[in-house]
Design a protein around this ligand. Structure first.
Ligand SMILES: Cc1cc2nc3c(=O)[nH]c(=O)nc-3n(C[C@H](O)[C@H](O)[C@H](O)COP(=O)(O)OP(=O)(O)OC[C@H]3O[C@@H](n4cnc5c(N)ncnc54)[C@H](O)[C@@H]3O)c2cc1C
Length: 296
């Protein structure tokens, strides 16, 4: 049974580099025995890091359905990550952290050793292809590679997948097993803060999609916005044929500097979108359009 507060203290079991720019961390500990997987292969959870000098992140309490922290000065920083693999039998899960300059999460992962403690939230995901899907296009940068990898491992035989992935270095290529027939296209040096992104160009170069094609795209927010417009407006695909999500923001500091003063009104607008009943990719699209209208 899931924990009532949806917050699991988890302990690092092991940490190692699987490629030069990706660290795989296995988490376990008694509370993870209660973790419930969402079942989505792109399942996302929040990882909450201890503040400097603290052994563990502060546990929240629930008030009116939302987390609150008794000590507001010790509220932990949280970031979104993908459950790369869930080991149900052992009550453990793996998360792959991209290594990059700066950042609470990346810095923590670089130093993580067995016994270190984080908080994990409950998980959710978006990968919901129509039952008729026979052809998958998975396009991601390295932050989306954990999700793409798990999707591929869970695809059945008899379907095809084209997987386009931006990685920092040619040595960041991963070997992923899949029952599907998979065409891998690696883009070393593209995007990831190391060069201009060629992800959209690579998607545009693919043959026109059939009615049985599903797109799953996870990368930097400017790239996914542009790719979403191509899929929705130029190809005329509907929201049910895709999941296109921005996983991180280049120059996040500049974004936050401009966003924080208008955050309250933007969140009010987000609440209105939710109340209007739209959900899933429609909600993601509408929210991103709001952000763009507001100059973000
Ligand atoms: C649904 C979802 C699932 C995700 N799954 C994963 C995952 O499995 N593995 C993973 O590594 N990431 C994943 N991410 C992305 C991750 O949440 C962000 O990269 C996050 O910003 C990293 O936090 P940080 O504290 O390291 O850096 P921040 O404090 O957020 O940022 C610090 C600086 O680094 C820059 N930055 C942030 N991320 C990157 C990056 N990846 N490369 C280069 N520069 C960056 C920012 O622009 C900023 O300048 C996921 C995001 C979402 C929304």
């Amino acid at each position: 049974m899931a924990r009532h507060d949806n917050f699991y203290l988890a302990e690092v079991v092991s940490a190692h580099r699987i490629t030069p720019n990706m660290i795989r961390i296995r988490f376990g500990g008694p509370e993870l025995a209660e973790f419930e997987t969402s079942g989505y292969p792109d399942e996302r959870l929040g990882v909450y890091f201890p503040n400097p000098g603290r052994p563990a992140p502060q546990r929240p309490t629930i008030e009116n359905g939302a987390w609150t922290f008794d000590d507001p000065d010790d509220e932990p920083e949280g970031r979104s990550y993908t459950v790369r693999k869930y080991h149900r039998d052992r009550g453990e899960l793996d998360i792959d952290f991209v290594v990059h300059e700066g950042g609470v999460a990346s810095s923590w992962a670089l130093e993580a050793e067995p016994g270190a403690i984080v908080g994990l939230s409950s998980a959710d995901g978006w990968f919901t292809p129509p039952a008729t899907t026979r052809n998958y296009v998975l396009a991601a940068d390295a932050t989306g590679l954990p999700g793409a990898g798990r999707i591929l491992e869970e695809l059945p035989s008899g379907v095809t997948a084209t997987v386009i992935t931006e990685i920092i270095d040619p040595a960041d290529v991963q070997t992923i097993s899949s029952s599907a027939s998979v065409d891998y296209r690696w883009l070393p040096g593209s995007g990831m803060g190391h060069g201009p992104s060629h992800l959209e160009h690579a998607i545009r170069a693919l043959p026109a999609p059939g009615s049985d094609t599903y797109y799953w795209v996870a990368a930097e927010a400017a790239a996914t916005r542009s790719i979403r417009k191509y899929l929705r407006k130029e190809l005329g695909l509907s929201a049910k044929d895709m999941c296109v999500i921005g996983y991180w923001r280049a120059n996040k500091e500049d974004f936050l500097r401009r966003y924080e003063p208008v955050q309250a009104s933007m969140l009010q607008r987000y609440g209105q979108l939710v109340d209007s009943g739209i959900e899933g990719q429609e909600l993601i699209d509408a929210w991103d359009a709001e952000l763009e209208r507001a100059g973000f």
